[in-house]
Write a protein of this length. Structure first.
Length: 637
């Protein structure tokens, strides 16, 4: 029975893909051709119909009103784009109907395969490839949804716990690969047997920056399925995201340098300065638009239907304004997403929050799917320049520099990590450096002034095919064979959330006592002080006359966790009889206790001063008091 069910699922998947291909082939050659007129038979229509005169027609034989007409040229672009998106939807349905396909073969491989089939069909009927993917189309319409999806769904807590490692691999690792591959390829170009002496150092550095953009979509999908450890997952995820930002900055810089006959030392210094200015400027714009979006959503309680619109518009504005000033638009939209997500989801309704998540995911998936489709189509329909020596050395150097970079950078960063990366983690980090949509789009949109553009395009396609099909398919067996550290599958539970927040706030209190501050302290103390939550989050009042704090379930569980942390700290301070200066306000679990040298608080009577970030009634003068730490929170009169 299982065999029959598998065969039926396979047939259903094939049917979906066949329907998509048939629909996509509809516009091929379907255009209306007007028969040529004999010379001298040009008819000029009067601009205005004479009053009471007969209707003017261009020809006598067309004097009747046409019943059926076709004007394909008018709707060609939106019609073909719609068909491409429809084919992508049918492909995804077909992939997931038969689950064994996507279990062993990544989606990116399947999408490229369908693109190859479509490209072969178009090539057989002598149809030109769709001229949809251009520089402006990619950077203004297709890249923003991809980056917004990655930034909005970034796991916040693991990211900030590993932010140093993520930036270390994304920034330093990308520079390592770009410089190493570029210099090595320039040395290869000096070999006369390869006949590529005309490629100068600037063009090799430009090409190296393009192929340094990692896109491990298949690897991340496998990571989620097999539940690898959280540290490895977030480093690969964050490196992919910020690596794209660094790559685009290098891409724009090297395109400008490629036209320069001689590069002076001053140009190198200006390039380094521009690299940091562009990155930090993008982060600044992202933070500004993120807080503006958060502030705006405070006033949308009566117009819930437009709440998702503000999220998309402010994110896109951050991207466009960054492009306007030629700074990192990827950093702008990523920082905007990370900033506003913290506050916006507290302001908008649950339906709006769900809508935002689904639309962001949908737009990012469609954009990336279309790029993989175009990759397969272009592989067949575009004229290539083959130089096997240059292509093979590029593949070899990319693997070597990626592996060396992971080994060297990991040895430097491991002493500063609480949980260091072992050799198995390092191997997966190096092996998971797949190339994908970003590399293809960047090389496809190279200006025509680059002499060996066709060679760069061919080499990039070969590298994407090798990494996606060989490394992407083999990553799952390798993870299971070398037994990479795993994590618990069921992490999104109330119990885990309560204890995770309890531990985070407790660590913040310990750090304040010890005088050593990490991201826990800055998250709980400095961020609400610099950007008060009263400005960003809508105040949600409950019944003021009630004495019991009427919170939703999650907030109540969160306060229970805080109370437990408070009790633990009071017990500890009582036992050790520690003395703290009068001016020291210790931040513990979201609350601070004014301690003095001669007085300690008893566990039975504690006055809790709510921290502004967690106080649901920040404008109410009374404090929250407890007669027993095991009882219920009441507001004092």
């Amino acid at each position: 029975m299982s065999t029959m069910g598998g065969l039926s699922q396979m047939k259903l998947a094939v049917n979906f893909l066949t329907i998509g291909l048939v629909i996509l082939s509809l516009p091929c050659g379907s255009y209306t051709e007007i028969p040529p007129k004999p010379p001298g038979s040009v008819t000029v229509l009067p601009p205005v119909k004479p009053a009471g005169g007969p209707q003017a027609f261009p020809d006598a034989e067309n004097s009747n009103l046409p019943v059926f007409t076709m004007d394909y040229a008018r709707i060609q672009v939106p019609f073909e784009v719609t068909l491409w998106v429809l084919l992508a939807s049918f492909a995804k349905i077909g992939f997931h109907v038969y689950h064994k396909i996507t279990f062993w073969v990544p989606e990116s491989c399947l999408l490229i395969s369908i693109g190859l089939i479509v490209g072969a069909i178009m090539h057989s009927v002598h149809e030109e490839p769709p001229a949809v993917l251009s520089y402006n189309v990619f950077f203004l319409f297709m890249l923003p949804p991809i980056v917004l999806e990655s930034g909005y769904f970034m796991p916040t807590r693991p990211f900030f716990e590993n932010v140093g490692t993520v930036l270390w691999f994304a920034v330093v690792g990308t520079l390592w690969n770009s410089i190493g591959i570029g210099m090595s390829l320039y040395a290869v170009c000096q070999i006369e047997a390869f006949e590529v002496q005309d490629i100068n150092l600037q063009e090799n550095m430009l090409f190296a920056a393009i192929i340094s953009a990692v896109d491990p979509v298949a690897v991340l999908s496998v990571f989620e399925d097999v539940s690898v450890n959280e540290q490895l997952y977030i480093v690969v995820f964050g490196e992919c995201l910020f690596n794209d930002a660094v790559t685009v900055v290098l891409y724009n810089m090297f395109i400008f340098v490629a036209d320069m006959p001689v590069v002076e030392p001053v140009d190198v210094f200006l390039g380094v300065a521009r690299f940091f200015v562009v990155g930090l400027g993008g982060m600044g714009f992202g933070v500004i638009f993120g807080f503006v979006a958060s502030f705006t959503t405070r006033f949308t309680s009566n117009v819930r239907e437009i709440e998702p619109l503000f999220i998309f518009m402010y994110s896109y504005l951050a991207y466009l304004v960054a492009e306007l000033f030629s700074i990192s638009s990827i950093m702008a939209i990523v920082t905007c997403a990370l900033t506003m997500k913290y506050y916006v989801e507290e302001n908008v309704s649950q339906r709006s929050c769900t809508t935002i998540r689904h639309v962001v995911k949908m737009l990012g998936t469609i954009s990336e799917t279309l790029i993989f489709f175009f990759l397969g189509v272009v592989t067949i329909t575009t004229e290539h320049e083959w130089n096997w020596g240059y292509i093979m050395f590029t593949l070899l150097l990319a693997l070597v520099w990626r592996g060396l970079g992971v080994l060297v950078l990991t040895q430097i960063i491991n002493p500063f990590r609480t949980i260091p990366f072992n050799f198995k983690d390092q191997f997966i980090l190096g092996y998971g450096g797949l190339r994908g949509a970003i590399s293809f789009a960047l090389v496809f949109t190279l200006p025509d002034s680059i002499g060996r553009k066709k060679l760069f395009l061919t080499t990039t396609i070969c590298m994407i095919m090798f990494t996606v099909f060989i490394q992407g398919i083999s990553i799952r067996p390798l993870i299971e064979f070398i037994n990479v550290r795993r994590t618990n599958r069921n992490l999104e539970t109330i119990n885990v959330e309560i204890h995770s927040r309890l531990i985070e706030h407790t660590i913040a209190g310990v750090e304040d006592l010890c005088g050593q501050w990490s991201h826990y302290y800055w998250k709980d103390n400095s961020l609400p002080t610099c950007f008060p939550s009263e400005l960003m989050v809508r105040l949600k009042f409950f019944c003021r006359s009630t004495c019991v704090l009427d919170f939703p379930v999650c907030s109540l569980c969160f306060f229970v966790a805080i109370v437990l942390a408070v009790k633990a700290w009071v017990d500890i301070l009582t036992r050790i009889q520690c003395c703290v200066p009068l001016s020291c306000n210790i931040l513990m679990s979201g609350f601070y206790f004014p301690l003095c040298p001669k007085e300690m608080y008893s566990p039975s009577t504690v006055t809790i001063h709510p921290h502004p970030l967690y106080d649901p009634y920040p404008h109410y003068p009374p404090l929250y008091t407890r007669t027993s730490l095991s009882g219920v929170l009441f507001k004092s009169s």
